[in-house]
Design a protein around this ligand. Sequence first.
Ligand code: SDX
Length: 429
Amino acid sequence: MSGNTSQLQVGDKTVDMAIKEGSVGPAVIDIGKLYAQTGMFTYDPGFTSTASCESQITYIDGDKGVLLYRGYPIEQLAEHGDFLETCYLLLYGELPTAAQKADFDYRVTRHTMVHEQMARFFQGFRRDAHPMAVMVGSIGAMSAFYHDSTDISDPHQRMIASMRMVAKVPTLAAMAYKYFVGQPFVYPLNSLDYTSNFLRMCFAVPAEEYKVNPVLSRALDRIFILHADHEQNASTSTVRLAGSSGANPFACIAAGTACLWGPAHGGANEAALKMLEEIGTVENIPKYIAKAKDKNDPFRLMGFGHRVYKNYDPRAKIMQKTTHEVLNELGIKDDPLLDVAIELERIALNDEYFIEKKLYPNIDFYSGITLKAMGFPTSMFTVLFAVARTVGWIAQWKEMIEDPSQKIGRPRQLYTGAAQRDYTPIGRR
Ligand code: SDX
């Protein structure tokens, strides 16, 4: 490498490629012309060394365990702000003034109701459908109910669609939960803040007054902040790829929701709690640690490890603190699952295998214990992740759509299948 270019020797050819520096973090080598100049592709399944885009939204330093939203450390945003402030920051790039925040809160609050016919849409699902299946379907169905904000070339429609999703996805999530437990849907209440409103839509019943617990509402609001965005993770990359074809924003967010469901990604909070329940007691931990280390055993410690964090996930630290806050508020003194989680973390962090592979608890390790204590069933955990990540997906989608250099994403491949051959009539096979 010399100056701002790097050179690649391919056979007798020397290919010059520009090096682009970011504001923070690793530089990139622009390989855009590699195929034209060499007839070869790069090969990086899982994109472990590939930057798919330029972005100004979120930055992670995996070695230092740092997470910044538009430059602000996640610890400060979680400590001092609320989730809608983080939404404003991710969408517009700056922290809002008091007037901007009040206007944003007002606009989001007045988009929280969904089209009344969506309630009938839910009736099509089996009662025991997984709430994430309902979320993928109902978010996608928003394209049918809000067709007047699907023209992505119109900045006004892009803004309306963004507000509608930030505001309505929690309502759909609460409806998915109510449908799952067989209780009537609860309409939003504009006098409540975003997260209190969500808790009430989930847990209020017509038979009695519902009082929001401010400690739980603050805790869930902080959990939403922690989950709001995370660079080009699998579901965000799904949203960007879907959006690059010009698909409408509701369809793109539905695609991201589908991807988030996987247990290696957003489904890990549900899987981590199920794993803690399966381990059951502190005495069983060594058996599961051995399984996690056994190359022939597909078992992995859910809630551990991360593609980017090779240090402690900063969100997991805040999550752990929130877990203790919630359990104390609810008077849950000795939660056996928490005992297992704390002991499992202690053992894993001192085990050679986990140290060598730099496996630390990630955001999903403690979230399940907290959400279960709040009264959410395990199947709702990833739904809550989707509620929070919707704003990150939209911010990243918006950034891509507004990037003049944006084009449809279309990766190539290393083909190892059959070379061309002629059709053989069935009688001669
Ligand atoms: C999220 O990308 C994001 O930013 C995601 C996310 C976000 O906010 O969007 O942070 C949210 O998805 C968090 C991650 C939740 N997933 C889990 O907790 C599931 C368990 N974790 C693993 O599946 C895994 O750690 C991944 C998927 C998270 C990361 O996988 P990588 O980067 O592809 O790492 P890898 O599978 O190549 O693992 C490296 C090594 C392997 O051993 P070797 O093949 O080198 O011998 O570490 C081992 C793995 O076997 N390993 C684990 C492990 N995770 C990795 N071994 C035991 N238990 C684990 N959890």
